[in-house]
Ligand binder design. Structure first.
Ligand SMILES: C[S@@+](CC[C@H](N)C(=O)[O-])C[C@H]1O[C@@H](n2cnc3c(N)ncnc32)[C@H](O)[C@@H]1O
Length: 213
């Protein structure tokens, strides 16, 4: 999937996005925000914020910046921020693989249901690391390829439709962890049937932490 493919897919969802992916993904959003140990005054970056369904879940007094590749999704998030009067939220159309932020400027960085959508997930993870403060953790919520052979077959069959549905159904967890040299600190199954996974990873690559030990 390329950048235009992502923009096309999420333009097509438009207002239907909340109906399709609102309630079904909400447990994962809430759990991730709860795990972040957010303190008043902290700065959180939410990569691929979409229509901003997670935004009301952040505690008061926290600064949240949400970015997304899709102008239509950002517009819907802006409507939500205005409607719900969320003064501490800033939104911007931006590619998470090439962010316009300085190094180490966020206390917490999270990507919910984004990495199996993003055209270059490794570059997104690199950028999440760069903008996160040195002792911070990265949080990811995603569907990864199922261990169940029947579900795996269905996911594989769906993968040619990635561009249409707007995500890759056969995104492999082990490969993702290896490729990004992630030091996984915690995993938790979330949402319906635990079919999605919340990952908490150190900002630092695993190989660097091993060298330093
Ligand atoms: C499945 S939606 C998830 C939206 C939201 N996080 C949620 O919980 O509903 C994936 C979002 O990631 C965005 N996205 C994909 N690749 C991106 C990138 N490289 N940079 C920024 N946003 C991206 C898409 O435009 C879309 O809004």
């Amino acid at each position: 999937m390329d950048i235009d493919g992502v923009r096309d897919a999420y333009r097509r969802y438009g207002r239907r996005y909340d109906l399709v992916f609102g309630a079904i993904f909400h447990h994962g959003r809430r759990t991730a925000i709860g795990k972040m140990d957010i303190q008043p005054g902290d700065h959180v970056l939410e990569v691929g914020v979409g229509t901003g369904l997670s935004l009301p879940e952040y505690p008061e007094g926290v600064h949240v910046t949400g970015i997304d590749l899709s102008p239509e999704m950002i517009e819907l998030a802006e409507d939500r921020v205005e409607r719900l009067e969320l003064p501490n939220v800033t939104l911007a159309e931006m590619d998470a693989a090439d962010m316009r932020f300085t190094d180490n400027c966020f206390d917490h960085v999270v990507a919910m249901y984004v990495l199996s959508v993003a055209p270059e997930p490794e570059r997104v993870v690199d950028e999440m690391r760069r903008v996160c403060q040195p002792n911070g953790d990265l949080f990811v919520v995603n569907h990864f390829r199922s261990a169940n052979p029947i579900l795996r077959t269905c996911e594989k069959a769906l993968s040619p439709l990635s561009r249409l549905v707007g995500f890759r159904p056969d995104f492999e967890l082990e490969e993702f962890v290896e490729r990004n040299d992630l030091d996984i600190r915690e995993t938790q199954s979330v949402n319906l049937f635990g079919y999605w996974t919340l990952l908490r990873a150190s900002r630092e690559p695993r190989s660097r932490l091993r060298e330093a030990a």
